[in-house]
Design a protein. Structure first.
Length: 465
């Protein structure tokens, strides 16, 4: 779960700016709170960030995406050298700081990394394990030239972790990446270092950053009949005109003719690699042999191919063969059921379909989403948030989204501490604050006060001044 996130010297963020998911003093809507007994943290399950165009809302999402991708891939995107804050020319040579506090596998961690974006050089990095008031630095480095230092609790007798750090010293990657890159053998022989793996897997499996045209990761849930029906019921409940979803068998050629050459090559390689593993797992199951953890009860592999025109599902099933399906949406027109592909559906339905995983997936998840209201009717956006709260009651889930849909700003729907405003400082850098910071009274009409520029974060035109 996400506790807080801070960023400095990134795009429109000049000075250190912090976003929090810890609860405020609000005493209503307690069902919106996730009480984590293991760490003692009380966290919000939802937060909406408002602000005028250019205030920095999307830059907040970009900062989260850059940090996640750097940890997972070990390298920065090509555009990274130009992402420092241009408000001060000296920022080009200054470090950009990312700091995130999160709960992974019942443990509270603080992860900090500083790097000069123009050069890609990491100047500081540390992972801290927090228990009560005790902060234990599991590893850290204090400058670009200094080596990594490790706490005795994760070293082990052989001190393999120090050898690992020297091996990757010149890679330019975060050590949190390096220690988890092709290192299964390391953790098998150094179980005391597992906290590094737990922290890495939080970035990989729990945190998800989504931009408007980017699909979510788990639409492979459609392979399950029960989830397919749940997807269809939600689409029907949201008044899209869709009655049900069908998975129509198609040929491999039909799927691949919709893909570019690079995607075809990637899929062919992926299928070639996974096929022997799944077949071997099936053979072990038939012979009653113990199976490697992670393949037990798997039975098949699944991949989802999505575009604006079509959605295809590729599965390797227990018969040892790949099966290909096209997702079709069934409408009832004049009493007749008619199938349509995604290209025939509206932009709003396409966007809504991207969001349904949030309502269905039972995994522990933290979604950071840009523009939840993109292509959605205002009432549908509000209804989606209502449905989210209803489905999130017994789940470990958080949704942080930027939006312009002020109808979400209602005491009947959200808590005061769930609303954040992105606005400009005098130097045009981004500032973030919540309505909890403003101590807004419960009798205030939130959306009207926001549109009237009571707290800032809305455009002001000359004829209104």
């Amino acid at each position: 779960m996400l506790v807080n996130f801070s960023v400095t010297n990134f795009l429109s963020f000049n000075q250190r700016t912090t976003f929090k998911m810890e609860i405020g003093r609000v005493t209503k809507k307690l069902e919106h709170i996730l009480e984590d007994r293991d760490t003692g943290k009380s966290l919000l399950k939802f937060s909406a960030m408002f602000g005028k165009n250019g205030a920095g809302k999307t830059n907040f999402v970009r900062a989260m995406a850059i940090l996640r991708n750097f940890v997972l891939a070990g390298r920065l995107p090509q555009r990274a050298p130009d992402l420092w804050c241009k408000i001060d020319d000296e920022n080009k040579g200054r470090p950009t700081d990312f700091e995130i506090t999160f709960i992974a596998d019942k443990n509270l961690y603080e992860y900090r990394i500083s790097l000069v974006l123009a050069t890609g050089i990491i100047t500081k990095e540390e992972l801290v394990h927090v228990v009560g008031n005790r902060h234990t630095k599991l590893f850290y480095k204090e400058s670009s030239e200094s080596p990594y230092v490790f706490h005795h609790s994760i070293k082990g007798q052989n001190k393999d972790i120090e050898v690992l750090s020297r091996t990757f010293a010149l890679s330019g990657s975060p050590f949190l990446f390096s220690s988890n890159h092709n290192t299964d053998g390391f953790f098998a022989t150094n179980p005391q270092a597992i906290p590094l793996q737990k922290a890495f897997l939080w970035f990989k499996d729990t945190l998800e950053v989504i931009f408007p045209d980017q699909p979510l990761q788990e639409t492979s849930l459609l392979r399950y009949e029960i989830c397919k029906d749940e997807f269809a019921q939600l689409l029907k409940d949201f008044d899209t005109g869709i009655e049900k979803i069908n998975l129509d068998p198609v040929s491999k050629e039909k799927v691949f003719e919709n893909l570019d050459l690079r995607t075809q090559q990637k899929l062919n390689l992926e299928m070639a690699l996974v096929s022997p593993l799944v077949k071997f797992s099936s053979l072990q199951e038939k012979l009653g042999m113990p199976q490697k953890q992670g393949l037990q009860n798997a039975g098949f592999y699944s991949s989802v191919i999505r575009s604006r025109r079509n959605i295809f599902i590729i599965t390797l099933e227990k018969d040892g063969d790949f099966h290909f399906y096209a997702v079709k949406f069934v409408h009832n027109l004049g009493g007749k059921e008619i199938e349509f592909s995604m290209e025939s559906e509206s932009d709003g339905t396409h966007r809504l379909f991207q969001l349904l995983e949030i309502l269905i997936c039972k995994k522990e998840k933290v979604y950071i989403m840009d523009e939840i209201n993109r292509s959605l009717h205002p009432k549908l956006t509000v209804q989606f948030v209502k449905k989210y709260f209803s489905n999130a009651k017994d789940r470990r889930i958080q949704l942080v989204t930027t939006t312009h849909e002020s109808r979400i700003m209602s005491h009947d729907l959200v808590r005061r501490d769930e609303i954040w405003i992105a606005d400009k400082n005098e130097d045009d850098s981004t500032k973030l604050f919540s309505l909890e910071d403003e101590q807004v009274r419960i009798d205030k009409v939130l959306d009207q006060n926001y549109m009237d520029n009571v707290w800032g974060g809305v455009p002001v035109f000359k004829d209104e001044e």
